[in-house]
Design a protein. Sequence first.
Length: 67
Amino acid sequence: MAVQFDRETIDRLRDLPTRKALTEAKSAAYRLGSVGSEDFLTMYQQLVDEGIVSWDQVEEFEAPLDG
């Protein structure tokens, strides 16, 4: 099941700061049930295609927080 956001959700995410938009998108994906890495790639690609975030921002968001 690919994660795809409707226009209303995209518009809402667009109005948020980058980190908040990514956090809310990821939470929404988890609420849909069982999601895997391909689902997240599809979700992030949609956010990039819509101009909400860049791949650099996605990579920074997903980077481990080790020292």
